[in-house]
Design a protein around this ligand. Structure first.
Ligand code: ASP
Length: 585
């Protein structure tokens, strides 16, 4: 046997036992005639002790151990004189009688510690070493638990896990496809699924009723902290249900996960917010409702005082930062710089300090009287000591900028605690999104989403006003999942494709298989998908989903360890009947 115990399990109760352990050398230190080695495995760290006076040869051997050597030791569990209260095994040590080096190790390029000295790139290049760090390992353990609990809950609810193919035809979710050339069909390509969307709908036509899959999805998008080119969805679909059934069932899933993974009982129903309210009060379709600071609109109160900037703006609104009237000039300039960043795009920031004596001080004192400013403060419900921060401009852009400012203030005021969880459903998303660049409407969710019955008449006349039976689950400002009730009537689906600018041929070419299937009897159905990576990183309190993925890609979509993507051999290209010519952009 390589080992009789792990490095995480021995306690005072095990004293005097003879045990064999195996693992990696975390560190070793020499103190007089004693040598101490910390031995690490997946389960923890145990201290090994070698005594020069008892066994000089063995101690000599121990002194030669380098970091990350793989060793096996046999010895006796004994009580430690100097106990380490930070380690679960800190009350014992092993007095080693036998040492066996199973493998030596080159010096690792960074320290294998919770707080490593290795930068991102080097840790990704040697990700197998990075994964030895206990905090990274814990994230993967949490991920396992999450997948396990998802399966347990959905199984209890009668869901079947069905695998769907990875080599498919393009599925439109609004991103670019990754494609794979086919050797047997020269010049033709498979697409990797952006999600199993159409396949799960076909499973509903097949009568599967309650489907789920922990599915790999692929989207060729620009990357951010919460995006990877390949990611994992908990993908679900149900038949003979209405939106309410779906919201209930999957709210149940989230509560189950909080209970069994974080030990948090969420007893209250998740609040529901109309998409239009989310935009109006938070400037975002994924509002962080851990804190208030809702937008207050001021346009009507600001007019007619010859302040051109406000007068010419279609939208004037702000937030009230409680207790921030004491902000210095420098702090206010900092906030102005923040909103002027190109990615936020505001032109400037107007502030009003609500002073302790009931008066007001603002950057627009020249144009507005104390009474004017008081009427603004009253609308905000502001108290003396509060600070009003106001933006103006084109409504959609300004709401977005104000939303960013709100989050920034939330951060500065410590209102976004990672251990507080504020879930909600955002519902009634618009069906379409207008794209200025291409001058056409796109499906905001995807083309299979059903419009609200009461908005059907607007489909052709005023598409921008049509609402969809679509919903997102949002926690702490992160969209964890989203879905919709689907169109299950071929005629309405045809109509939708027409509005989205597909010719009949294009629609048939791309989605003929789905439309044909519906002709054979499609049940009413709907579903949603959760981002597993996002759920794990939220539960683990991580800043990037990368940290909960065993082998992630970097921001340029590269796997630094495998050095992928890479060129392929001419022979491989020949087999594929392909020649590579890189076009200059
Ligand atoms: N396929 C959708 C997505 O990936 C989710 C759904 O509608 O079920 O966003």
């Amino acid at each position: 046997m390589y080992r009789t115990k792990t490095c995480g399990e021995l306690r005072l109760a095990d004293i005097n036992q003879t045990v064999t352990l195996a693992g990696w050398v975390q560190r070793s230190r020499k103190l007089g005639g004693m040598t101490f080695v910390d031995l690490r495995d997946r389960y923890g760290i145990t201290q090994l002790t070698f005594n020069q006076e008892v066994n000089a040869a063995l101690c000599e051997q121990a002194n030669k151990l380098g970091r990350e050597f793989v060793i096996q030791v046999t010895g006796t569990v004994s009580e430690r004189a100097a106990k380490n209260t930070h380690l679960p095994t800190g009350e014992i040590e092993i007095i080693v009688s036998e040492l066996n080096i199973l493998h030596t190790a080159a010096t690792p390029p960074f320290t294998i510690e919770e707080e490593s000295d290795g930068g991102d790139d080097i840790r990704m290049q040697y990700r197998y070493l990075d994964l030895r760090r206990p905090n990274v390992r814990k994230n993967l353990e949490l991920r396992h638990k999450m997948a396990f609990e998802v399966r347990r809950y959905l199984d209890e609810q009668g869901f079947l896990e069905v695998e769907t193919p990875i080599l498919i035809k393009s599925t439109p979710e609004g991103a670019r496809d990754f494609v794979v050339p086919s050797r047997m069909n020269p010049g033709q390509f498979y697409a990797l699924p952006q999600s199993p969307q159409t396949l799960k709908q076909l499973l509903m036509v097949s009568g599967f009723d309650r489907y789920f899959q922990i599915a790999k999805c692929f989207r060729d998008e620009d990357l951010r902290a919460d995006r990877q080119p390949e990611f994992t969805q908990v993908d679900c679909e149900m038949s003979f249900v209405e939106q309410e059934d779906i919201l209930q069932l999957f709210e149940g899933l989230m509560k189950h996960l909080f209970k069994y993974i974080k030990g948090i009982d969420m007893t209250e129903p998740f609040p529901r917010m109309l998409w239009s309210d989310a935009m109006k009060y938070y400037g975002s379709d994924k509002p962080d409702i851990r804190f208030g600071m809702r937008f207050v609109e001021l346009k009507d109160l600001t007019e007619g005082r010859n302040f051109g900037v406000f007068d010419s703006a279609l939208y004037v609104a702000g937030i009230c930062a409680e207790g921030c009237a004491s902000y210095t000039r420098k702090q206010l300039d900092g906030l102005t710089d923040f909103v002027k960043r190109p990615q936020i795009g505001a032109k400037g920031l107007v502030y009003v300090r609500c002073e302790a004596d009931g008066s007001f001080k603002s950057s627009v004192d020249k144009f507005y009287s104390q009474d004017d400013l008081k009427s603004w403060a009253t609308r905000f419900g502001a108290q003396p000591g509060d600070l009003l921060l106001i933006l103006c401009g084109e409504p959609a852009k300004t709401r977005k900028a104000l939303g960013e400012l709100r989050l920034e203030m939330g951060n500065r005021l410590g209102l976004r605690d990672k251990n507080t969880f504020a879930p909600l459903w955002v519902i009634d998303f618009p069906m379409f999104e207008w794209d200025d660049e291409t001058s056409r409407f796109y499906a905001m969710h995807h083309p299979f989403t059903s419009p609200k019955q009461e908005d059907l008449d607007l489909l052709e006349t005023d598409p921008g006003q049509v609402r969809a039976n679509a919903y997102d689950m949002v926690i702490n400002g992160v969209e964890l999942g989203g879905g919709s009730i689907r169109i299950h009537d071929s005629e309405l689906q045809d109509r939708m494709f027409r509005i989205l600018g597909f010719t009949e041929e294009q629609a048939h070419e791309q989605f003929g298989f789905l439309m044909d299937a519906f002709k054979y009897g499609a049940p009413p159905h709907g579903g949603l998908a959760f981002g597993l990576d996002r759920m794990v990183s939220m539960f683990a309190g991580l800043d990037s989903i990368r940290d909960c993925i065993a082998f992630p890609k970097n921001n340029s979509g590269r796997d630094m360890m495998l050095d992928a993507p890479s060129e392929i051999a001419d022979a491989q290209l020949d087999e594929l009947n392909l020649a590579v010519e890189i076009k200059k952009k």
